[in-house]
Design a protein around this ligand. Structure first.
Ligand code: ADP
Ligand code: MG
Length: 233
């Protein structure tokens, strides 16, 4: 994306942001609460439209393309599963409203369930699942859509520390297995350092620094970045 800006009312929430991800990268947005991480993700998803600038996916200008036609899928922090639907139906729902055939949906759901180790839970309702299992179902809903880009908005922040550690490992495995591009928002330094191929440090809607985790850790561009990720000094 280049020159992307977004204003809500009188506040400039995203200010002239330019960034790029190579196919298959794991890009992590970090920064303090309110700095614009979710808004930036929603701009990529097409849930918001920028006031300035443009967004491209695979050389295609998607700045004004409908979310469903962008080849992206978003996983939210509050998983918002449908309580009355089974795990399988929750995962297949997006494909059903897209009008896909029953057999194709079943195949995609089975594939995602295999990857996420949810095969034995497909008939359960969300309330019969643990927090980690629910989060896996939410990720499954994204996988079945076979997006080019996965967007994650603090997907682990509702989980306890032990489960967060475990899910972090699963996300890394998922990324390696799918080879898809992932854009991931967190305010957790450990998540950022362990998952990212590249970290984007945001502050008040602007990019402070972009770089590989070790690069930012060793050579933070300024005090702000150092405060977030830098080596202790
Ligand atoms: P983060 O995810 O980094 O915590 P957000 O992107 O959610 O930050 O929000 C950035 C700023 O934009 C905040 O000040 C927030 O209040 C504001 N904001 C986000 N969405 C809207 C909206 N739809 N209308 C008005 N203000 C918004
Ligand atoms: Mg947010």
């Amino acid at each position: 994306m280049t020159g992307v800006g977004k204003t809500f009312g009188t506040s400039q929430v995203i200010d002239d942001v330019a960034l790029h991800a190579d196919a298959g990268e794991f890009v992590v947005f970090v920064g303090p609460s309110g700095c614009g991480k979710s808004t930036l993700l929603r701009l990529i998803a097409g849930l918001e439209t920028p006031d300035t600038g443009s967004i491209r996916i695979d050389e295609r200008d998607v700045t004004r393309v409908h979310p469903a036609q962008r080849g992206v899928a978003m996983v939210f922090q509050s998983y918002a599963l449908y309580p009355h639907m089974s795990v399988a139906d929750n995962m297949g729902f997006g494909l059903r409203i897209r009008g896909e055939k029953r057999a194709a949906i079943r195949e995609q759901v089975a594939h995602a369930a295999r990857i996420l180790q949810l095969e034995h839970l497909l008939d359960r309702k969300p309330r019969q699942l643990s927090g980690g299992q629910r989060q896996r179902v939410a990720i499954g809903r994204a996988i079945v859509r076979q997006p080019e880009i996965f967007l994650f908005d603090e997907p682990l922040s509702n989980l306890d520390a032990a489960l967060r550690g475990q899910m972090r490992i699963e996300l890394a495995r998922l990324h390696a297995q799918l080879g898809a591009t992932m854009v991931y928002v967190t305010h957790d330094q450990v998540e950022a350092m362990t998952l990212a191929s590249r970290i984007v440090v945001l502050n008040r809607g602007r990019v402070e620094q972009i770089g590989a985790p070790l690069e930012l850790y060793r050579r933070p561009a300024n005090r702000f970045v150092a405060g977030f990720l830098g080596a202790p000094r």
